[in-house]
Design a protein around this ligand. Structure first.
Ligand code: GLN
Length: 363
């Protein structure tokens, strides 16, 4: 095999899900809900299967591009549908950067960013968030210090996995100014946008001419296995992006695209996202309260369905005790802060209670 396949290791998320299953552990590792997607989405898929079963255009089924255009207040030509946000990020890096370019990535980072930068031949320059008793913080000055003549792209994630931050307008304004000054492109991975527990501003509002927004039906409609994601960005680049993503999966699953197009409208109309947020806010508080009561240091997230905590136990110890979590090292390239673990709380309440009970026996 070619040396580029050095990125082909089993991902930490896949690994922890496999181990959780093997050991019968409560899976608070990989971020996927343990409850089914909403009935309106399943019914829409039921109607689409048998009617929309062949290829869609690589840029996306027209109905989904239109529904997304309405969501974001853009033209359908500013939208490209992908097989999940994972393919979106891959296609963006393949399209926007290459050898000799640097990509700024915030650390702790979601795992796909570094292999995708490497596969594009670009170099990832990490900007580490500060971490103290109050939690994670981004000092925008650090971003500025990381810019070199080779910087081409700034890769953001807000709400941020795994740090749980939602970047306020002030920070996004500073990022937009920095990008404008140095003529940088911005990729803003906003797959958790409907899972923000504080006001959520979109990056593209501050620099629409250079921002590519990544979104995910899997995250906002609770169907991570459907593989329907998208990119919203400057119109002139979108045909090239569609042309690049056709070489990976050609198109995202057509019947599921049609179902998502309908689901997005119903979700908006019926207040689905408000209900989703209040459900997860309650679960976040349950897990945060439970970990704090066990005297573990937990950091309350402003968004996403992940919570970081400091425990005097390793992910392996937890697994032995029957709880799967993601070790903090997975989100750092080197020298990770000690004792960090990421817990997903997009799980049933009874799973969270069971996990807390098992953790209480660890002490
Ligand atoms: N976003 C999910 C997480 O952080 C994992 C996605 C994946 O495994 N591809 O848990």
């Amino acid at each position: 095999v070619h040396p580029r396949t050095r990125v082909a290791q089993e991902s930490i998320f896949a690994r922890m899900s496999r181990l959780a299953q093997e050991k019968g552990a409560v899976n608070l590792g990989q971020g996927f809900p343990s409850e089914p997607p909403p009935a309106f989405l399943l019914e829409a898929a039921g109607r689409a299967l048998g009617r929309y079963d062949q290829y869609a255009p690589p840029a996306g089924h027209p109905r989904l591009r239109e529904a997304l255009a309405e969501e974001y207040g853009v033209e359908p030509e500013e939208v490209v549908v992908t097989s999940g946000a994972t393919e979106a990020i891959h296609a963006l890096l393949q399209t926007l950067v290459g050898p000799g370019d640097e990509v700024i990535v915030l650390e702790p980072f979601f795992d796909v960013y570094l292999p995708d930068a490497a596969l594009a031949g670009a170099e990832a320059r990490l900007v580490r968030l500060d971490l103290d008793e109050g939690g994670f913080r981004l000092d925008p000055k650090r971003l500025q210090e990381a810019v070199t003549p080779r910087t081409r792209l700034l890769l953001l994630n807000t709400p941020m996995n795994p740090a749980g931050l939602v970047f306020p307008e002030k920070t996004l304004e500073a990022i937009a100014r920095l990008a404008q000054k140095h003529d940088l492109l911005i990729v803003s991975d906003e797959v958790y946008e409907e899972l923000a527990f504080v006001p959520f501003p979109r990056m593209r509002a501050f620099a629409p001419e250079r921002t590519f927004t990544v979104g995910s039906a899997g995250k906002r409609l609770e169907a991570t296995g459907w593989r329907v994601g998208w990119i919203v960005g400057p119109k002139e680049v979108m045909p090239t992006l569609a042309g690049m993503r056709q070489w990976t999966s050609f198109c995202a699953p057509t019947p599921l695209q049609v179902a998502v197009a309908e689901g997005l409208k119903v979700a908006r109309r019926e207040g689905f996202y408000e209900a989703l947020r209040s459900k997860y806010r309650a679960r976040r508080d349950l897990l945060y309260g439970g970990l704090s009561a066990l005297e573990f240091k937990a950091f309350l997230p402003e968004g996403t369905y992940f919570l970081m905590a400091r425990l005097p136990h390793s992910a392996q110890d937890l697994l032995e005790a029957g709880v799967a979590a993601i070790p903090g090292e997975a989100f750092y390239r080197e020298d990770p802060p000690e004792g960090l673990l990421r817990f997903a709380f997009c799980k049933k309440e009874e799973e969270l209670h069971l996990a807390l009970e098992r953790l209480s026996r660890l002490r």
